[in-house]
Design a protein. Structure first.
Length: 471
């Protein structure tokens, strides 16, 4: 028993010495790469120096329509992509728990039975001269432990933690995309509704114009050509109505899928009642690192690759493993539980890899390449985020001016329709002028509805680009 204690003391002393040495060769800690983002990331001079920004605002403060909020809440509860992302988090959490358990020793306990007989045609068999049968019973406990001298296990744990946090960020990204998709689809539905009303009103006006044209033909003011052209405009508007109705139903089917439900009609308000907040703070470019889920996920991937490189590098150094076993052994069950049946052994050793077909170096070189790839992806994600924010800021900032011009354009076209119709009534103009003015007026009115949608969609994209949507 003293010799066993001496062995344990010797191994403990060796571990202490190696720990002291390893403190001089501590694993590297992750640090965010320098200059991965700067204040010139956005192509704009309109960024306020305000610590609060749009990404820290709940989506309910941006999308204030209560019906839309109900659709978003339902989607967050039922969407299948979100439920899939949650399962990924559960899986990553299990692997994280396993990495934390790597510091713990392995322990196995169980009974065993061995039957043995030797061959008579071997040297041992000839020595005994006759066949012998040996039965051995045992109850054995085995324990194994690997000392994390060079930080390999810690690096693996941190790598798994980064993977777990990456799945959490991915879940946030799915929520962000889902909220943006629901809001954009909802606003698109309202736009189609507005365009449908415009087209229906246009059909009524054009049918009346057709009756007027037919009367003018009877009076000899216009020809049959004008009548046919007027009828063609009516048919054109009716075909546009069919197309809008089709687009409405397709979009309703899409929103139903996003909410995890069978296709059905979607409850909604009107385009005129929508208000988008205009006092949104954009925040600092660097805040993309803490707000955008895709940027967070890209950095966690970089952290994972960095820690796996640490782990691969630690493979070059000796591994200290301690194993031991003990229990009861006897050739018959009657003496199995006696003191004389006790046995124990402890083995401790350092294993230094020398020749292993270049496996360790290959793994290390591959980990370095993977780390560089993760850095480039991180940098690309940052630049992409900057582009998306710049695009969204530009589109959002010009929509009011664009809508104002389109409304003036529509007013001019409506006056043109009235004037040209009056001139035709007096035989002072060609009816083709009335037709052109009518077509241009309808297009201008539809374009205003599209411009209103573009403004709301730009607000959605700006909110999403700055990292909002998931809170």
């Amino acid at each position: 028993m003293k010799s066993l204690l001496n062995i344990i003391k010797g191994i403990t002393f060796s571990v202490a010495i190696l720990a002291a040495v390893s403190s001089c060769m501590a694993r590297k800690e992750y640090q965010r790469p320098d200059k991965v983002v700067d204040e010139k990331l956005f192509r704009t001079d309109m960024l306020p120096s305000d610590s609060t920004n749009i990404a820290n605002v709940s989506w309910k403060e941006i999308f204030t329509d209560p019906i839309l909020q109900g659709h978003i809440n339902k989607a967050l509860e039922n969407n299948l992509d979100i439920r899939i992302a949650l399962q990924s988090i559960t899986s990553a959490e299990a692997y994280l728990k396993q990495s934390k358990a790597a510091y713990e020793p392995t322990l196995t306990v169980g009974p065993g039975y061995t039957f043995q007989t030797q061959s008579l045609n071997t040297q041992t068999g000839q020595l005994f001269g006759q066949r012998r049968y040996i039965n051995q019973l045992d109850i054995t406990a085995s324990i194994g432990f690997e000392a994390d001298i060079w930080g390999k296990l810690k690096a693996q744990q941190k790598a798994q933690l980064a993977t777990y946090l990456g799945t959490v960020a991915a879940h946030k990204a799915v929520k962000s995309d889902l909220i943006a998709s629901i809001a954009s689809s909802y606003y698109q539905l309202l736009t189609y509704d507005a365009q449908k009303r415009i087209i229906q009103e246009t059909i009524e006006v054009r049918e009346k114009n057709l009756e007027t044209t037919q009367a003018l033909k009877i009076a000899g003011t216009v020809t049959e050509v004008a009548v046919q052209q007027s009828e063609a405009l009516v048919l054109n508007a009716k075909s546009m109505l069919i197309d809008v109705d089709t687009q409405i139903q397709l979009l309703e089917n899409t929103m139903s899928l996003l909410m995890g439900e069978p296709s059905h009609s979607i409850e909604r308000s009107t385009l005129e009642t929508q208000k988008v907040p205009i006092d949104l703070k954009l925040g600092y470019p660097a805040q993309l690192l803490s707000n955008r889920p895709d940027v967070m996920q890209a950095e966690y991937s970089l952290m994972n690759a960095f820690e796996l490189t640490n782990s691969a590098k630690a493979q070059f150094y000796p591994t200290l493993k301690i194993t031991g076993s003990g229990g009861l052994q006897s050739m018959d069950i009657d003496h199995l539980f006696s003191v004389n049946s006790l046995f124990a052994n402890v083995v401790g050793g350092l294993a230094q890899p020398i020749l292993n077909k270049r496996t360790i170096r290959t793994n290390y070189e591959v980990s370095l390449a993977n780390q560089e790839t993760a850095y480039l992806n991180f940098r690309k994600t940052i630049l992409t985020a900057g582009k998306e924010v710049s695009d969204a800021i530009r589109v959002f900032s010009v929509q009011d001016s664009y809508i104002d011009l389109k409304e003036k354009e529509l007013d001019a076209y409506k006056k043109s329709v009235d004037y040209s119709q009056e001139l035709v009534n007096y035989g002072m103009a060609n009816y083709l002028e009335v037709l052109n003015a009518s077509v241009n007026s309808l297009n201008a009115e539809l374009n205003i509805a599209n411009a209103e949608y573009s403004k709301m969609k730009a607000a959605v994209e700006l909110y999403q680009a700055l990292g909002g949507g998931w809170k």
